[in-house]
Ligand binder design. Structure first.
Ligand code: HEM
Length: 307
């Protein structure tokens, strides 16, 4: 048990470190740790406290906050454009189809309001999104560690801050930039390369799907209409497909589904094991097996964490 916990712990830290470094590459230069040390020294403490409160009410919000940061960063960089409302109805990033299931806006609003009370007009929403993703995942891990009665020191990492908020938010740019869950490996690679990210980043960042949820609607075509002939995606393990069909009705009705079935509230290697066994829920996760390098990386992640 102790060994397993240590492996999970190391995996977790590396997932997050790689994830954060990858996303920061998207956000551009000029960031530094402690950017608000003088202008708003309590900013990070306030953010952490507010997010802890939110997670104590709804543990699933951690995954939502991580996804919000990713969806922000992939469109115009990490500049909070995902939070902006449309000048014309339906026209902002948040109105794009791939953003309609984003959650956690209210938590970001709460963090911003709390920080504004101490330091009006200082801390950017883009930084709050980055801090929220970090804190949410960190708190999730602490819950996990607590549940196992282990004390591993509460490892974390520093988020560089100093991002500026953007003023432009267009739904068509979200459609153009965000990867679709139906993407094949070539499309995924192209999408990530375009953001300056590597195949390795693609595999590690996809590991974010070790937490969080999706819906039957998202996998409906994989189950019931893969090539338009009422067929099932042959890349899906047949037993797993049958299990999913018991939950998900044709047309997309059904319950909320854990992205990492049976393990979606903790960050661990289970997600990669499931992908290797053709039990990845999303086409895009299953597609990681279709390139020699990403396949090798999935294998490595499923057995031992990145060195
Ligand atoms: C590689 C390309 C990716 C694709 C195609 C993709 C697609 C998706 C889809 C379709 C969902 C379910 C949404 C729904 O049910 O409406 C989802 C959920 C999620 N994604 Fe991704 N994703 C990708 C990469 C990432 C990355 C890089 C991160 C973060 C580092 C991330 C974090 C998450 C999280 C945490 C959830 C669960 C959200 C929740 O529970 O509310 N994803 N993703």
């Amino acid at each position: 048990m102790a060994v397993q916990t240590r492996v999970v712990s190391i995996f977790f830290i590396q997932l997050v470190l790689l994830a954060v470094s990858g996303l920061n590459r998207v956000s551009g230069a000029g960031l530094q740790t402690g950017f608000y040390d003088e202008s708003c020294p309590e900013a990070e403490t306030i953010a952490l406290k507010t997010i802890r409160q939110a997670i104590s009410k709804d543990g699933t919000i951690a995954a939502a906050l991580l996804r919000l940061h990713f969806h922000d960063c992939f469109v115009r960089g990490c500049e909070a454009s995902v939070l902006l409302d449309a000048a014309e109805e339906g026209d902002a990033e948040k109105d794009a189809s791939s953003n309609l299931s984003l959650r956690g806006y209210d938590v970001i609003d709460d963090v911003k309001s709390a920080i504004e009370k101490s330091c009006p007009g200082v801390v950017s929403c883009a930084d709050i999104l980055a801090l929220a993703a970090r804190d949410a995942v960190r708190l999730l891990r602490m819950v996990f560690v607590f549940l196992l009665y282990f004390q591993t020191g509460g490892s974390s990492w520093k988020v560089e801050t100093g991002r500026r908020d953007g003023r432009i938010s267009l739904s068509k740019e979200a459609d153009e930039n965000l990867p679709s869950s139906n993407f094949n490996i070539a499309q995924l690679k192209q999408n990530f390369v375009f953001k300056g990210l590597t195949k390795k980043d693609l595999v590690v960042l996809s590991g974010a799907h070790t937490i969080g949820v999706t819906s039957c609607l998202v996998i409906n075509d994989r189950l019931y209409n893969f090539t338009g002939r009422s067929d099932t995606d042959p890349a899906l393990d047949p037993t797993f497909a049958s299990e999913l069909k018991k939950k998900c009705k044709p047309g997309g009705g059904g319950p909320v589904l854990e992205l990492d079935q049976g393990s979606s509230t903790i960050s661990d290697a289970h997600f990669y094991k499931a992908v290797r066994q053709n039990r990845g829920l999303l086409t895009s996760d299953a597609a990681l097996l279709n390139d020699p390098l990403t396949l090798a990386y999935v294998k490595r992640q499923s057995t031992s964490p990145v060195k």
